[in-house]
Each structure stands twice: as structure tokens, then as C-alpha cells.
Design a protein around this ligand. Structure first.
Ligand SMILES: [Zn+2]
Length: 270
């Protein structure tokens, strides 16, 4: 599963590093060299003629300075380069670089969408010493991270997998959903399981968390034990949900880069 590499440290202060790794995003796609999916080199970055406000420090990765940039939607790729969605790079770019790219994307996307104050509409500026944009009116905006819960419901040796209406055809996963304002993660789990499949659960156990930059989720994964009810898939949300027990062929699952897959792999029916 994709996670921040141990050799990464975040940075808030921009550096002038000729060998910087630049993650330049147009919308949610990153600029890469077409031939080998490498990041653009210094010359290519220079050709983008990025204004300073579009460039943001991200951190140090294996000793190299990493920066994020956001590009106007009309930007055409430089010769020999192309824009690629991060998900399309799963398995084609190493997981550690993808983790840093996901972090860079969230920083770049936050900068792009917080140029103006959401309270009074005036231009915002970067707050020194923290990852924040501030306005003269007093409004401060931090990068938006949206917590979401994921839960694998277990019933004896069986696990509950569901196919979301928005998922690729045939792909099953654990249940998942965003937290609502005012909710604890535990409350969200009980609510989502009830809403999505009509079941009651107990004995929630934390599994792990993962930053999921599509666009800014923090997935908090749990297991839970079945406590009652019959499966009733939520119309418009869950196309199909069923128990998979020992000996049942497993359906197509999420890619191994995702916490969904790690959660299922750690709790296979047995
Ligand atoms: Zn303001």
C-alpha cells in the first residue's frame, strides 16, 4: 500500500535547488517525460515559466528538494512530455514517488483553489511558518483533508464485500464513506454500514490509515464484527453486496496500492 517513504521530510520553506524534483499539475494530472515517466528536468521546468506563486515547497525526498506547481488548464505539455493522472501511474511509477506525488498534488491543488478568500473574496497570501493561506480579513485556510472511514465487516470466517455503483465493473471493496460534520469515525462507521447495506456492527478495530489524494481524503480503515440485520444494498450507491467465505472465489479487488486492498488481504476468509 502506498505510504510516505521514510526518507521524506516535509518542508514549508522554498529552496533554490537546481536538482529539485518538480511535480507540476494541470488539474489532477502531473507532467511527466513521455518516454520513461520521469519528472521533467530543470530545463523543462524552466520552460514552463512558472510564476513564484504557483510553486510550493513540499519536502525533502532522499535528500532532494521537492516542489509542487499548478499550471493553468490551458497549458500544453512540453515536447516529449505528457500529463498523466496519478491513478494511471499505479504499478508504472514506484510507490514511494507516487506517495510524494500525491502529497505534492494536495499542496498544489490547495494553492490553486485558495488564491482568493472564501469569506471576503480578496486575494490570499501564504502565511509564514505554516501551511496556510491568510487574508487581511482574518480568514485562514489550511489544506483541506477530508476524513473518510473504511470498514471490512466480518461474520465468522466470512467478509462482506460490496460493489459501489461508481466503481469499475466487477470490482468489489470494503464499505467506505466520508465523515459528516460533527461525527466521530466510529459514528460514521455505524451510520455508513446501516445506510449502505442495512447491517449493524460491533467490535470496531482500527487497522491503518492512508492519505488518498483523489482529491484529499484520509482513509481510516477498520474491521468490525457483524451484529445483526440482513443485507439491503442502498439504491443508487451499492450495486451489490455479499458475504465471501472460505473457498469462495474472490472478486476483482482494488489495486495493491490502496488501503482497501491491504485491509482485505489482512482479513481473507478462512
Ligand atoms: Zn478575506
Amino acid at each position: 500500500m502506498i505510504a510516505t517513504p521514510p526518507s521524506f521530510t516535509p518542508l514549508l520553506q522554498a529552496r533554490d535547488a537546481p536538482d529539485a524534483l518538480t511535480f507540476a499539475f494541470r488539474g489532477n494530472e502531473v507532467l511527466l517525460r513521455e518516454a520513461d515517466l520521469a519528472l521533467p528536468d530543470a530545463r523543462a521546468v524552466q520552460a514552463l515559466a512558472l510564476p513564484a506563486a504557483h510553486l510550493l515547497p513540499v519536502g525533502l525526498y532522499a535528500g532532494r528538494y521537492c516542489q509542487a506547481a499548478w499550471l493553468p488548464q490551458a497549458t500544453t505539455p512540453l515536447e516529449g512530455h505528457a500529463f498523466r493522472g496519478l491513478r494511471s501511474l499505479f504499478g508504472r511509477v514506484d510507490d514511494a514517488t507516487l506517495a510524494v506525488a500525491g502529497r505534492a498534488f494536495q499542496v498544489a491543488d490547495w494553492a490553486r483553489t485558495h488564491r482568493f478568500c472564501g469569506a471576503c473574496g480578496r486575494p490570499m497570501s501564504r502565511a509564514p511558518g505554516e501551511r496556510a493561506m491568510k487574508c487581511d480579513c482574518g480568514h485562514v485556510a489550511y489544506p483541506r483533508i477530508s476524513p473518510a472511514m473504511m470498514v471490512l465487516v466480518k461474520h465468522g470466517p466470512a467478509i462482506l464485500l460490496a460493489r459501489n455503483v461508481a466503481a469499475p465493473p466487477g470490482r468489489f471493496s470494503a464499505l467506505a464513506g466520508f465523515l459528516e460534520p460533527g461525527e466521530s469515525v466510529e459514528e460514521a462507521i455505524h451510520r455508513e454500514v446501516r445506510e449502505e447495506v442495512g447491517l449493524e456492527v460491533k467490535d470496531l478495530r482500527y487497522f491503518a490509515s492512508q492519505s488518498w489524494p483523489f482529491p484529499g481524503s484520509l482513509m481510516l480503515a477498520f474491521t468490525a464484527e457483524y451484529a445483526g440485520g440482513d443485507i439491503v444494498p442502498e439504491p443508487g450507491e451499492i450495486a451489490e453486496a455479499r458475504w465471501f467465505g472460505p473457498g469462495d472465489a474472490l472478486p476483482e479487488l482494488s489495486p495493491r496500492q490502496s488501503i482497501s486492498r491491504a485491509l482485505i488481504d489482512a482479513n481473507l476468509p478462512r
